[in-house]
Structures are given as structure tokens and as C-alpha cells.
Design a binder for this molecule. Structure first.
Ligand SMILES: *Cc1c(COP(=O)(O)O)cnc(C)c1O
Length: 426
């Protein structure tokens, strides 16, 4: 038995499914999860000393690769003075200032501890500020695991084959209306059918929890216009796209303004951090300024702020990383398409910025229904072939491949070589 196998055997006895988040289990692809001991740049090592080129990147946070020396130093320097105080620290102010500088259309932020918490709080704020109850979300978009958002949620829930969760009450789910991604008419119908009742439309500006589905031209702008027409707020859930598509996230990349923006993943530099942000008028509705209550014992934790702020500072100091990551992702996407064609495998590769996803289908993937046409058994085989060749992909079809600025030409060449062999083996 490998060390990973031994650990997993112990893990399943004390952790449900042997993991602390369902997407880490290899249930959709078969086999034993690898227990990771370390990461450096674009590579990770498992307990058995096997090295992989990593395209999970902690599911997005490690946009600069693992163990970036500046981020580690920021954490060391901060932690020797204490881990948490429950009183304000300068780092929280610097972090908020940095975010306001980087992200368009936001004037104030509130730090929380996860993407889930960011979305849950932003939705509460949208409801509090508009005095309306209903929310429109899109099928296959994931917004964390708060009750109201576990309706038609992608990725983890999707891989389990049950988009909804037991334990979510009808009451919590009934105010969540479901539209189709890239289909403005489906949003308009819901807004018309619920006049004056929709607090917000929440969207992943690039849907990255059903694989990777970029917005069609005009889709996000269309949402903006529909929200304005109906007095609803537009929430961009930028937990993945924030600081990844561009320094200013999807608002900058697509030139569309959101009223509220949620962050997670990259903003913590690998530590557990989330945030929501918006205009002063909206954010001052939040306690202690306003009537929308939201709090957190460890929110704005100084060590977490140190890591996140260091990462954001590097991203601002090195704007060239965005072009580099996009070029790397394009390179992989182009080679995947070529290999699929050469070996007669039906494949669609979606790519935008540093995010990409191969789907094993002939159907162009522009929505959830199309994503579901992918042959997930083929993906499972492909995943395992890649793993054998030292490339660590997400253990599910419905997740993105995350390219970081640390991926080198050698990594990319090794990846596309492994991919061609893996595709040939299908
Ligand atoms: C990961 C994710 C979340 C949830 O963030 P957690 O930190 O896992 O709670 C919310 N929204 C999107 C778009 C995500 O990808």
C-alpha cells in the first residue's frame, strides 16, 4: 500500500468520505486521493514522493504557484507577533485599500473567511438593501454551500449527481429562482413573472464550476440592463475570476459593472479568506453602520491578510502575469484540440484567460445542459492517464484547469505530451 492509501484508509474512518471537502475525493474518477506534502511553484509532491505538475492550484488560490517566497515571508513576519486579536489591525485597512485600488466600482469591502460566507453575506445585503426576497441564480453556477445557494449548484454537487442537498429547507430554497447561463430570455421571464420581488441576480461572470463556460458576447451587459430595468442588484461572484481574469477581475475584463462583488480563493493567497464589496451606499447598510447584520470572530485575520495582501501586491507589481497565464492556457487548449482531432476523440475545449476545460462531447458547451453532454467516463479515464504521467488535474469533469504564472515552458510541453498520450489511450 502507498502512504496515500494508508492515510485514506485512516481518513475514511474519521472524516466523511475521507476528506474535508467533497471535490477532493476521487469518487468521480475512481482511485485513491493523493495526500499532498508540499508544493513549490507549479509542482506538488505526494506522501509517496511522487511529483506532479499541478493544475488544481488549491482550486484557484495559487495563481502565482505554491510557496511563493514573498507570500511565505509576509506570513512569517506577521505570525511571530501573534495570530489573532479580535481587534482591528493595519493589515485589514491596507487590504481594503488595495482591493479598492484594483477592482473597478467598489468603494468599501468587508472581509470574511470563505467564498461561501462572502456570497451568503452579499445576498443578505442585497435583500436588506432592496427590501426584496428573491434571488435569481443560474443552473450549474456554484456560489458556495449556504442553504439558499444550494439550488442547481455545479461542480461538487453536480459530480455527486444531486444538484440539491438534503437538509436545505423548502423555505430557504423557495426564494432562489433558476435561470439558464448565457440565456438572457430565461432571466427576463423570471423578472417579468416576479415583478418588484427580485433582490439580485447572482452570476459567475465566467461559469467555472461546470467546467469552464465563458459568457457569450452581450450576456453580462444584458444582465446589467435587465437588473437596471427591474431595480434588482447585479452580483458578480468573482470567487474564481477575481484577480484571475485581470487584476480588476471580470468587471475589468468584460467592462461590465456589478453592484456587489464577492471574492475568495486568490484573495487569501492560500489562507482561508473571502470578501464582499460594493459602493459606499450599499456597504454602509452593513453592521455596525446599517441594519444588515454580519460578523466574524476571525474575519480579517492578520496572518490571512498578510498572505492575501502579499499576493495582490505581486499581481499589481507584475501585470504581465495575466498575459503569460493566458498564453499558457491557450497553448494547452490548442494542443488538446489537436490531439483530440488526431486520435478521433470528440472533444470541446473551452478556454478564457488562465481557465480551461476539455469536455468529451461534440456539443459546443455554452450552458449547463451542454456541459452535461460530456462523457464523464472518458474524463475519468483521461484524468487517470494524466495522473500516471505526473499531471494533477481536478478529479471531476466539472471543474476548471487552473493555470498559474509559475507554469513554465517545460511544464507546458510535458503537459501537452502527457495529454496526447492520454487521449491516444482513450
Ligand atoms: C469556490 C467558490 C465559492 C465558495 O468558496 P469557498 O471558499 O469554497 O466557500 C463560491 N463561489 C464560487 C464561484 C466558487 O468557485
Amino acid at each position: 500500500m502507498t502512504k496515500s492509501e494508508q492515510l485514506f484508509e485512516r481518513a475514511v474512518k474519521v472524516l466523511p468520505g475521507g476528506v474535508n471537502s467533497p471535490v477532493r475525493a476521487f469518487r468521480a474518477v475512481g482511485g485513491n486521493p493523493r495526500f499532498v506534502v508540499k508544493g513549490k511553484g507549479s509542482h506538488i509532491w505526494d506522501e509517496d514522493g511522487v511529483e506532479y505538475i499541478d493544475y488544481v492550484g488549491s482550486w484557484g488560490p495559487m495563481v502565482l504557484g505554491h510557496s511563493h517566497p514573498d507570500i511565505l515571508k509576509a506570513v512569517y513576519d506577521r505570525m511571530v507577533n501573534g495570530l489573532s486579536f479580535g481587534a482591528p489591525t493595519a493589515l485589514e485597512v491596507k487590504m481594503a485599500e488595495k482591493m479598492v485600488e484594483m477592482v473597478p466600482n467598489i468603494e468599501m469591502v468587508r472581509m470574511v473567511n470563505s467564498g461561501t460566507e462572502a456570497v451568503m453575506s452579499a445576498v443578505r445585503l442585497a435583500r436588506g438593501a432592496t427590501g426584496r426576497d428573491k434571488i435569481i441564480k443560474f443552473e450549474g453556477c456554484y456560489h458556495g454551500h449556504s442553504d439558499a445557494m444550494l439550488v442547481g449548484a455545479g461542480s461538487g454537487a453536480l459530480t455527486q449527481g444531486e444538484p440539491d442537498s438534503k437538509g436545505v429547507t423548502k423555505g430557504a430554497a423557495q426564494d432562489t429562482l433558476m435561470a439558464q447561463y448565457n440565456d438572457l430570455a430565461s432571466v427576463e421571464r423570471l423578472l417579468d413573472a416576479n415583478p418588484g420581488q427580485v433582490a439580485a441576480v447572482i452570476v459567475e461572470p465566467v461559469a467555472a464550476n461546470m467546467g469552464v463556460v465563458p459568457p457569450k458576447d452581450g450576456f453580462l451587459q444584458g444582465l446589467r440592463e435587465l437588473c437596471d430595468k427591474h431595480g434588482s442588484l447585479l452580483i458578480f461572484d468573482e470567487v474564481i475570476t477575481g484577480f484571475r481574469l485581470a487584476a480588476g477581475g471580470a468587471q475589468e475584463y468584460f467592462g461590465v459593472r456589478a453592484d456587489l462583488v464577492t471574492f475568495g480563493k486568490i484573495i487569501g493567497g492560500g489562507m482561508p479568506v473571502g470578501a464582499y464589496a460594493g459602493t459606499r451606499a450599499l456597504m454602509e447598510q452593513v453592521a455596525p453602520c446599517g441594519p444588515v447584520y454580519q460578523a466574524g470572530t476571525l474575519s480579517g485575520n492578520p496572518v490571512a491578510m498578510a498572505a492575501g495582501l502579499a499576493q495582490l501586491q505581486i499581481l499589481t507589481a507584475h501585470p504581465e502575469v495575466y498575459h503569460k497565464m493566458e498564453t499558457s492556457a491557450q497553448y494547452i487548449a490548442d494542443h488538446l484540440r489537436e490531439s483530440a482531432k488526431k486520435h478521433g476523440v470528440k472533444m470541446q475545449v473551452n478556454q478564457i484567460g488562465s481557465l480551461l476545460c476539455p469536455y468529451f462531447t461534440e456539443t459546443p458547451v455554452d450552458c449547463f445542459a451542454a456541459a452535461k453532454t460530456s462523457d464523464t467516463k472518458k474524463y475519468a479515464k483521461y484524468f487517470n492517464e494524466m495522473l500516471l504521467r505526473g499531471v494533477y488535474l481536478a478529479p471531476s469533469q466539472f471543474e476548471a484547469m487552473f493555470v498559474s504564472s509559475a507554469h513554465t515552458q517545460d511544464d507546458l510541453a510535458a503537459t501537452v505530451k502527457a495529454a496526447e498520450e492520454s487521449i491516444a489511450a482513450l
